[in-house]
Design a protein. Structure first.
Length: 340
């Protein structure tokens, strides 16, 4: 019998629904929320309201695109956390309501776990190389930066993580001080393509083990801009590509240094990246070149599966479904990460 999972993602500012049939993506619909742009960040109350407006049409569209009816669903997977509580409640409640009406199981999914499994997403007819276990993942999102050993589809071990800001936050905060709108990561990526990454140098953190820190870089960038703007009020406007290329390179250097160490320490040469920052073209290129130089096999999620999407929720739900790992109706969302 076909295993058909509907996935629902509503942890932050994207409302998304996807259908996975027998482990392959049949649809993945994402409704972005433009409402936050003018506020310079995600406004939780507005996110929650937008999810309420979007969820029915987005789920409807995901089912129609996949050519699947509600009656055919085997289970519904939803993001339980981490994320914004009001936003998570919309997806969680919707998943429970629909599953109850169909009398099918619900599957709770950790958003970070789902990002990790985004490298396993492929459409019907596709057969891309999948990483063998154990492999390493550099997970880089708006809220988290971790290096993990992935032991199987459901088990992993964190071997390094950030002590302060996440890599995505570093991108967004640097973009903000340059006067770029939220989220700044994709814009830094865009301008960086035209710039010289060697133009400006920023301080590198000195953190032991496989851990990260980005707060020093952010402060050094802030002081650098303040000093340059004092001398030339149009400094940012006149040097945008070089500034973006330089700050992007600094963030990537920091990320890659520890990833190389992690590979050396564990002896693992199958290396993946995941999370919103894995959409960054500089990081994607760097992983490939570093991998070629070091004899790694590298795995990068398709661009559309790098940032928040429900296909990654549905594929995680699929692997949990195969192990009868279901949620209870009494399970409530969690805003912050918790040990599983
Ligand atoms: O995984 P994600 O979509 O949401 C969270 O789970 O946090 O990650 C969002 C983060 C934001 O900080 C955003 O600026 C960053 O990913 N991001 C990028 C790019 N696309 C998204 N950062 C750098 N370059 C990009 N192309
Ligand atoms: Zn995410």
């Amino acid at each position: 019998m076909d295993i058909i999972i509907l996935g629902i993602e509503s942890s932050c500012d994207d409302t998304s629904a996807a259908v996975i049939k027998n482990g392959k993506v049949y649809s993945n619909r994402v409704a972005n929320q433009d409402v936050h742009k003018e506020y310079g960040g995600v406004v939780p109350e507005l996110a929650s309201r937008a999810h309420q407006q979007n969820i029915v049409p987005v789920v409807d569209s995901a089912l129609k695109t996949a050519g699947v009816t509600k009656e055919e669903l085997s289970a519904i997977a939803f993001t339980r956390g981490p994320g914004l509580m009001g936003a998570l409640l919309v997806g969680t409640s919707f998943a429970k309501g629909l599953a109850l009406s169909r009398n099918i199981p619900i599957i709770d999914v950790n958003h970070l776990h789902a990002h990790i499994l985004s490298v396993f997403l492929q459409e019907e007819g596709e057969s891309k190389a999948m990483p063998p276990f154990p492999y390493l993942t550099l997970l880089v999102s708006g809220g988290h930066t971790q290096i993990l050993i992935i032991k199987d589809h459901l088990h992993s071990e964190i071997i390094g993580q950030t002590m302060d800001d996440a890599a995505g936050e570093a991108f967004d905060k640097c973009a903000k001080v340059m006067g770029l709108p939220y989220p700044g990561g994709p814009l830094i990526d865009k301008y960086a393509k035209e710039g010289n990454p060697e133009t400006f140098q920023f301080s590198k953190p000195n953190i032991p083990h496989l851990d990260y820190s980005f707060s020093g870089l952010k402060t050094s960038f802030l002081y650098f801009l303040r000093d340059r703007i004092k001398a030339d009020p149009d400094f940012v406007e006149n040097n945008k590509p070089d500034i973006c290329a330089s700050i992007q390179k600094s963030i990537i250097d920091i990320l890659m240094d520890k990833l190389v160490q992690a590979s050396q320490q564990t002896g693992i040469h199958h290396i993946a990246i995941a999370g919103g920052v894995s959409a960054n073209s500089g990081l994607r290129n760097r992983l490939v070149t570093e991998g070629q130089a070091r004899g790694w096999q590298t795995y990068i999620p398709e661009f559309k599966y790098s940032t928040d999407n429900a296909a990654m929720i549905a594929i995680t739900g699929y692997y949990k479904y195969l192990r009868n790992d279901f949620a209870q109706y009494s399970d409530t969302p969690f805003a912050r990460i918790k040990a599983e």
